[in-house]
Design a protein around this ligand. Structure first.
Ligand code: AMP
Ligand code: GLY
Length: 438
């Protein structure tokens, strides 16, 4: 008889749904609680959504002990940046995720850039400012295109302006520093060199010493087909992404991910969890745009459908400092494509209460998995929209193009008034630019 454990997952989005879905597959996992979870998460075998105050570490730790929680998995960056891992550790509860000092790698871009320079991690040239006039002088006089302006702190993915002119970059400085558009998150701005190339996300599991890289994925940030329209939280992702070569991936492992983990350790930070490198594949090679201290959304939804090794075992190995003894296996015969379905008005607003139809039919296809992000239960028990990004439909197939076609067809078959989705997820991987549903 296998010794089964209980797990608590913190978060409520599609990423957390995918983590719960994969953890539920583990023979070592008995029960998964997800706080706050969602209607979709609760439809997964073994998963129960729970309402907990995740800022009260003592009460949370007591609840974990009562429920015999063996591992807490933290999905989003905010609780990590607030110190949930340190807080729960003082009460003897183990978390998969970095401590507050490690979460700085995402939560404090000024610190992260200086860290990258200290440890020779390839990244764009930059300068940080708290004074708007000095920032604007740099934008106007830098010897490189200093056109990317970032609020240093966490701004819910919104604090970055990739300007097309010096004027626009200066305007962004005024909005962030002078007008305090992002509050304290924008007390410091990072002004960075504009890089050109393809963006690729490479995530890795780590126990603070060993790095186990996941296959490369690509997110699609813009709302519209052909990468047009406003930036969003991500309209789809696919994996593996062929826009980074195997040699470049080895460089990323050594020069970005391992260097970062070694650098953190050298600075006294035991970084456990996922380290996410957002990369620009420039002519000079992969360059780090950002680190995230957690799994990506929507990359995780596609990654989890390709992961072969038991997720709980990998997370435990990270927490116990035993990752070097584990080979994490991925399905190399399949590709996965995830298409996000968003509600009317997204990303500016969202539409709640629209009845979602077609889900059962799509879910009856064994090659398709649906992950929920903004879904709730309507008055008559039907599923209704409850946020900007509503669902992600993920399809797997031997060929990336077939997976893209299947995911796009599945997204077309799910319906609610005003739904928005892209028909070209993974298009950069194809030389033929025709929409995928042709
Ligand atoms: P970040 O949160 O730092 O990854 O920035 C958000 C997005 O802005 C990235 O996914 C890129 O699309 C873009 N971006 C960030 N930094 C740069 C840069 N130095 N050059 C070009 N685009 C960038
Ligand atoms: N996919 C981008 C992110 O998770 O930050």
């Amino acid at each position: 008889m296998v010794d089964q454990k209980n797990v608590l997952v913190i978060g409520s989005g599609g990423r957390e749904h995918a983590l719960c879905w994969k953890l539920a597959d583990s023979p070592f996992v008995k029960q998964i609680y997800c706080a706050p979870g969602s209607v979709g998460v609760s439809t997964t075998n073994k998963v129960e959504s729970v309402d907990l105050d995740i800022k009260n570490y003592q009460a949370l730790a007591e609840w974990c002990k009562e429920k015999s929680i063996d591992l807490v998995v933290v999905g989003p960056e905010d609780p990590l940046a607030n110190g949930i891992v340190d807080g729960l550790a003082t009460f003897g509860v183990k978390c998969f995720g970095p401590p507050k000092a490690g979460a700085q790698i995402e939560a404090n871009k000024d610190w992260a850039k200086a860290f990258m320079i200290r440890h020779q991690i390839p990244t764009a040239r930059y300068k940080s400012f708290t004074d708007a006039a000095a920032a604007k002088e740099h934008i106007n006089n830098a010897t490189y295109p200093a056109l990317v302006v970032k609020a240093s702190g966490l701004a819910a993915g919104k604090g970055v302006v990739v300007a097309t002119s010096k004027e626009e970059a200066c305007q962004a400085v005024d909005e962030i520093l002078t007008d305090a558009k992002y509050g304290v998150a924008g007390e410091t701005v990072v002004v960075e060199e504009l890089l050109e190339g393809e963006e690729v996300s490479v995530l890795a599991f780590t126990d603070g010493e060993t790095v186990s890289m996941m296959p490369p994925a690509q997110d699609h940030k813009r709302l519209g087909n052909g990468d047009t329209g406003p930036n969003t939280g991500g309209m789809g992702a696919y994996c593996p992404c062929p826009l980074i070569t195997p040699d470049q991936l080895l460089d990323v492992k050594d020069q970005v991910l391992q260097r970062a983990v070694d650098g953190l350790k050298a600075e006294g930070i035991k970084y456990v969890g996922v380290l996410y490198a957002g990369l620009m594949i420039t002519k000079a090679g992969p360059t780090t745009l950002e680190f995230n201290c957690r799994f990506g959304d929507p990359e995780t939804q596609v990654l989890m459908t390709l992961m072969e090794t038991d997720l709980y075992t990998v997370m435990k190995a990270c927490v116990d400092g035993k990752l070097k003894h584990l080979q994490v296996a991925w399905n190399t015969k399949l590709s996965a494509v995830g298409v996000v379905i968003a509600s009317k008005g997204y990303p500016e607003t969202s539409t709640k209460g629209c009845v979602i139809s077609g889900l059962a039919q799509v879910q009856s296809n064994p090659g398709v998995v649906v992950f929920h992000s903004g879904v709730s239960r309507g008055a008559n028990g039907s599923l209704v929209t409850a946020g900007g990004r509503v669902l992600l439909v993920c399809a797997r197939a031997g060929a990336l193009r077939a997976a893209a076609a299947a995911a796009t067809a599945a997204a077309a078959a799910i319906d609610f008034p005003g739904k928005q989705y892209r028909k070209d997820i993974a298009h950069k991987a194809f030389s033929n630019k025709d929409p995928i549903d042709q």
